[in-house]
Design a protein around this ligand. Structure first.
Ligand code: NI
Length: 185
């Protein structure tokens, strides 16, 4: 089932998301719905707050990037109760966008690699370093779990440049070709 994506201005995007356990109701369905919703919106990842749930569930699907990154040909992952515990390498600037902020694209500084701890959909624990494009997606999605969006990490000048787009989003004027739940003023 395709779910509406909550856009900038929705309070859930500013909440710190809570951990869940394996008794969380209909978790398998929720994960499936998140993958479908992400795919339908041409995303590479989705965090549960973006579908209105302040819980620590993130899905990442990099299969559409196979042409540029052949190593991601089968890459689909679920990260539950995830945290970034360490970062390393250099700081890299790269263009980002977010399904919750349609129309805004800015260069964002991120660590080259991060060490993450999480459980997968079977609640098996993982502790691993991720790098490359995946490290960027993981940092972006895990930010959502802390109530952050990518534009929190750009300069105030760049934010100012996007002022009109932010106020349009805040007043519910959202143009995109997927289902959304806009903020209401
Ligand atoms: Ni996002």
């Amino acid at each position: 089932m395709i779910l509406p994506i909550y856009t900038y201005g929705q309070p859930v995007l500013r909440k710190e998301a809570e951990e869940i356990d394996s008794s969380y109701p209909e978790l398998k369905e929720l994960i499936q719905n998140m993958f479908e919703t992400n795919e339908c919106a041409d995303g590479v990842g989705l965090a549960a707050p973006q579908i209105g749930l302040a819980i620590r569930v993130v899905i990442v699907d990099l299969r559409s990037l196979v042409e540029d990154y052949p190593e991601y040909a089968d890459f689909k992952r679920v990260y539950i109760n995830g945290y970034i515990v360490e970062d390393g390498g250099e700081t890299i600037m790269m263009d980002e966008g977010c399904l919750s902020l349609p129309g805004i694209h800015e260069k964002v500084p991120r660590a080259e690699k991060v060490r993450i701890q999480y459980v997968d959909e079977d609640f098996v624990e993982h502790d691993e370093w991720v790098e490359g494009f995946l490290a960027r997606v993981v940092q972006h999605e895990f930010d959502h779990l802390e109530g952050k969006v990518f534009t929190d990490r750009i300069s105030s000048l760049r934010r100012q440049m996007n002022k009109g787009k932010f106020s349009a989003l805040l007043s519910g004027k959202v143009r995109c070709d997927y289902k959304v739940k806009v903020a209401k003023k």
